[in-house]
Design a binder for this molecule. Structure first.
Ligand code: GUN
Ligand code: ZN
Length: 475
């Protein structure tokens, strides 16, 4: 199907077949309203608990102005409200959903995705640390950040919680790239002052100073937000965790991100390094690092007490199924986490994760839950990857939703993206069946367009930035 746009005429828009430019919101300037006619999906609550949590309009209209959602409803209910002359982008046959939120990803690991190792700790030593060393070079950091952001947008991810490297310039590069495209991103420089190569170490003091400087430069500048990022307990001394806790207290609205209980060898290591603590999670608790906007990758080897603590503090479990399967880390217990009431969100964890796509992440999340005897519906997974994540991150009024006033970050999904997807979605019996097909069969090919703050930032098939040169393959 080809796109067309028409303009609203006295409340009864009629297609003209003309093509039109997408909404141009500009970063700060005002823009005229634009409307999108397509199927729409948004959420008013967790579909597992709220009977009408998922709101779907087969023939819907989304109106966007100045980078924000003005209204999203059935076409029949909204069309008459369109001001005459408003361009209407015709995306009938496609599905608009809020932009995806990836709650845990490492941008410096883009070039080492799909590097196999017999488990997490050898993988870190063999691939991760040498790869992250290259980010001492600010040009390399800028080049990778640009590719990384292209890749996120191609997959429909408009917000991510991003790990940079220990180098301050790596965070500057990521924020500058995101700011230039007006994306809502959360990122932070890694804190790491032991148990890693000398070339990747900071100190408790320099890590504190660099993080404080980056908060001053980037936190709440445009749509950027900072995350204090102690890599994981084994690579931080008590002094560094203490300094991180102090900074967290000084800045109650910054994010905190780290890893916890991902791998059995790692869990044993933490028990040796921090003998006085009840559990791995308790180490972070001790230093004041469990709270709202604290996001912990993996959470596989938690016990009931830990889960209760996550629920009490509002800290978020970031479930990374493609990574957990690839590194053989283990299976996240979705049922126990859910029953404990702890906030849960989904993430890719690239480069431990094997795909940038949140659709592929849903695919594997469904299977991991299935192995634990839990049926994770596609409707719930779409919620977890959009409004559920936004609410868990305290960003529920800004992103992950098509509600009035929200930032207009959204994705146009194409059920005809591949011949198989087209066949499978030809006669869906329910919304769940349609979403399930997207989750199980979809990837970046299913993302037709991505919009951030009302402006198109990706269109499938359009030329992208740059292609890196090929290095010689060592024999
Ligand atoms: N634990 C500490 N660092 C990392 C990392 O880079 N990736 C993953 N998956 N786990 C970690
Ligand atoms: Zn990770």
């Amino acid at each position: 199907m080809t796109d067309s746009a028409h303009t609203a005429q006295a409340g009864t828009p009629a297609p003209t077949g003309q093509s039109a430019k997408p909404a141009q919101s500009g970063k700060s300037g005002k823009s005229a309203p634009t409307a999108f006619r397509a199927s729409l999906l948004t959420f008013h609550g967790d579909p597992a608990h709220a009977p009408h949590g998922a709101v779907f309009h087969e023939d819907g209209l989304l109106i966007v102005e100045d980078g924000r959602v003005v209204a999203a409803d059935a076409y029949a209910a909204l069309a008459a409200r369109l001001a005459p002359g408003t361009p209407v982008e015709d995306r009938r046959g496609k599905l608009i959903v809020p932009g995806f939120i990836d709650t845990h990803i490492h941008y410096p690991q883009t070039d080492m995705i799909a590097s196999p190792a017999p488990g997490l700790l050898p993988w870190l030593d063999t691939y991760t640390f040498p790869t992250e060393r290259r980010f001492a070079d600010a040009n390399h950091a800028r080049d990778t950040a640009s590719f990384f952001v292209d890749e996120l947008l191609a997959c429909g991810t408009t917000t991510a919680l991003v790990y940079c490297t220990v180098h301050k310039a790596s965070a500057d590069a990521l924020f500058a790239e995101s700011d230039a495209r007006n994306l809502r991103m959360v990122a932070g420089k890694v804190l790491m002052d032991r148990h890693c190569p000398e070339f990747l170490r900071d100190t408790a003091q320099s890590g504190y100073d660099d993080s404080a400087e980056l908060i001053g430069r980037w936190h709440k500048r445009g749509r950027q937000m900072y995350a204090l990022t102690p890599r994981f307990a084994p690579t931080s001394t008590e002094a560094q965790l203490e300094a991180c806790g102090a900074l967290a207290k000084l800045h109650p609205d910054v994010f905190i991100q780290s890893h916890v209980a991902e791998n059995t060898d790692e869990v044993k290591w933490v028990a040796d390094l921090f003998p006085g603590h009840r559990s791995y999670l308790d180490v972070y608790d001790h230093y004041g690092l469990l709270r709202r906007r604290a996001v912990y990758g993996h959470c596989i080897y938690l016990d009931d007490e830990d889960r209760k603590r996550m629920a009490q503090t509002g800290a978020v479990a970031s479930h990374c199924p493609t990574s957990n399967l690839f590194l053989g880390s283990g299976l996240f217990d979705f049922d126990k986490a859910d029953s404990a009431g702890m906030p849960i969100a989904l993430a890719t964890d690239v480069g431990g994760g094997t795909s940038f796509s949140m659709l592929q992440t849903m695919n594997e999340a469904h299977k991991v839950a299935r192995l634990g005897g839990h049926h994770l519906t596609a409707t719930r997974m779409f919620w977890l990857a959009t409004a559920g994540a936004a609410e868990a991150l305290d960003l529920g009024d800004q992103v992950g939703t098509l509600k009035t006033g929200a930032e207009a970050d959204f994705v146009v999904l194409d059920p005809q993206a591949t011949p198989l997807l087209a066949r499978r979605t030809a006669r869906p019996e329910s919304l769940e069946e349609l979403l399930f097909a997207f989750a199980l069969l979809g990837d970046d090919r299913a993302v037709y367009e991505t919009y951030a703050a009302g402006k198109r930032v990706h269109r499938r098939g359009d030329a992208r930035g740059h292609v890196p040169g090929h290095a010689k393959i060592a024999a």
